[in-house]
Design a protein around this ligand. Structure first.
Ligand code: SAM
Length: 186
């Protein structure tokens, strides 16, 4: 009955995403969330999928091949620059961040608190009413604890008059299990 963290992230994205709208995969990695979002927003929608690693973009392109996903723009750039890829009138329905490193790859190339927060701030400026940002926080790796603490401190201080902020967490799991944060614009 209780969904695991990744299933719950897709459950929330499915609830919040509307057909035909623009959504963001801020850390596309192997492309699992990109593919999921592409199917959710449909042909008229648009997925912006960011990653700083060429290998990740290649893996993600290979994953979506054959799925008829012409609505995806793969962007080999940091999510910090997200506003450069949106127009000032753009509205974003949902975004997802999967923090940490590309699975089975270089564990030193990780998301960083400063850039993750800067990107979240940018996306909040484009988020439509009831739009959602989902952040899956992996923090067991080197550098993960620092990013976790920075992000928690940022989201816990978001104005409750403007945003609902949820933490979804399995509190009896050992070895730094990931947890989920979701920010919904009121
Ligand atoms: N959601 C992905 C999937 O389905 O495979 C997994 C993402 S993985 C945990 C994190 C990814 O974030 C890595 O591929 C890494 O290269 C990327 N990344 C790290 N810093 C980034 C940044 N500043 N902008 C965009 N992507 C970044």
């Amino acid at each position: 009955m209780l969904k695991g963290i990744l299933n719950y992230s897709h459950y929330l994205l499915a609830l919040s995403t509307q057909n035909g709208e623009t959504v963001i995969d801020a850390t596309c990695g192997n492309g699992n969330d990109t593919l999921f979002l592409s199917k959710k927003v449909g042909k008229e929608g648009h997925v912006l999928a960011f990653d700083i690693q060429d290998q990740a973009i290649k893996n993600a392109k290979a994953l979506v091949e054959g799925h008829n996903c012409s609505n995806i723009s793969f962007i080999h750039d940091s999510h910090v620059n997200v506003s450069e890829y949106l127009s000032s009138e753009s509205k974003v329905g949902a975004a997802i961040f999967n923090l940490g490193y590309l699975p089975k790859s270089d564990k030193t190339i990780i998301t960083q608190g400063e850039s993750t927060i800067s990107s979240i701030k940018s996306i909040l400026g484009f988020l439509r009413q009831n739009g959602l940002i989902v952040i899956v926080v992996y923090h067991g790796h080197k550098g993960g604890k620092k990013e976790k603490e920075m992000i928690l401190s940022y989201v816990m201080n978001l104005d409750q008059k403007k945003y609902h902020v949820l933490r979804y967490d399995f509190i009896n799991q050992k070895n730094n299990p990931p947890f989920l944060l979701a920010i919904q614009k009121k």
